[in-house]
Ligand binder design. Sequence first.
Ligand code: GDP
Ligand code: ZN
Length: 345
Amino acid sequence: MTNLSPVSDDEAAQTEAPLDTIGLREGLVLRVDSGQYIVHADPDKNNTPQRVACTLRGNLRKKLTYSTSTSQPRRVVTSKRSHHSDAVAVGDRVRFSPIDSQTGIIIEVLPRESQFARSAFRGREQTLVTNLDQLVIVFACAEPNPDLWRLDRWIASAESSGLDILIVANKRDRVDAETAAERFKEFRDIGYRVIETSTKTNAGIEALRTELKGRISAFTGPSGVGKSSLLNVLQPGLKLATGEIGETTFKGKHTTTVRELIPLESGGWVADTPGLRQLDLLSMSRTELLQCFVEFVPYLETPCRFRNCRHLNEPDCSLKAAAAGGKISARRYESFLSLAAQTKE
Ligand code: GDP
Ligand code: ZN
């Protein structure tokens, strides 16, 4: 099949013969842009990974749901026509049939470990990125001073999605060692990884590279904390514009409809996904939210007096007692209450 122009599904059904599976290659979808998919092919026997521009085989334009049974060969259990282009998304691992060294046809999407969807984008769900491993939450040690309440909110969002969390305390050069350590201490105490970095002195950059290796990460955080600067240091040549105002996407070169993974030479990929920052997972219930404040969980093993305790001002509340006794941070407890007030329960 060499015809790369768009074909209707009916047409495709008639013209597509089963593809020879010999010679298929695997890779990672780096970029999705109006029907074209840039795939980072896995290294071949000469160990040369390469970028291959792919189109989709017609039948993949339908949304496929795979059986997850491990005892049987994987089979399609439902197939419905997809109303959007999410059959393949950034982060997907795919099998493709090479046409030549630079082009190919995606014939299969391997099962997704996870996916990030943004609902209600023009009334339909949109997949931003799949198979994300970790959320890198960037704050500055100063300028702007870290808003820890916002950090709690992002952490809860990441926890609810089952993502690993890496906190980056950037602009380390703006404060002394003691201040930097103190500002993020409570998060370290809970068990989160915190890396102090500076794009001016390169402090912490190697440690950050190590944490990004071999994984798909997305960067999030308020405007002006140095996300674009960090990416420029991590991947010289990227030349993202820095210092501008705005929180829509990493500034610069492309529009908000393009989504892409940036491969790092030191290993790993960073998702530049507009919309991820608005991702608001507070559609969860109060009980679910509570699980996202991971250090609270052990204290809830002692039940509160009321089974439906909101942990607000009910008598004999285990969580309130833990906060009063300094077992959990009173600030995080307050933070939970204010987020809980916005949940649907
Ligand atoms: P973003 O909005 O999070 O992408 O932030 P930018 O990367 O655009 O950086 C915002 C401003 O902070 C720019 O003026 C940068 O030069 C500055 N900046 C970034 N990283 C550092 C750092 O480690 N130390 C200091 N002192 N300034 C930084
Ligand atoms: Zn309670």
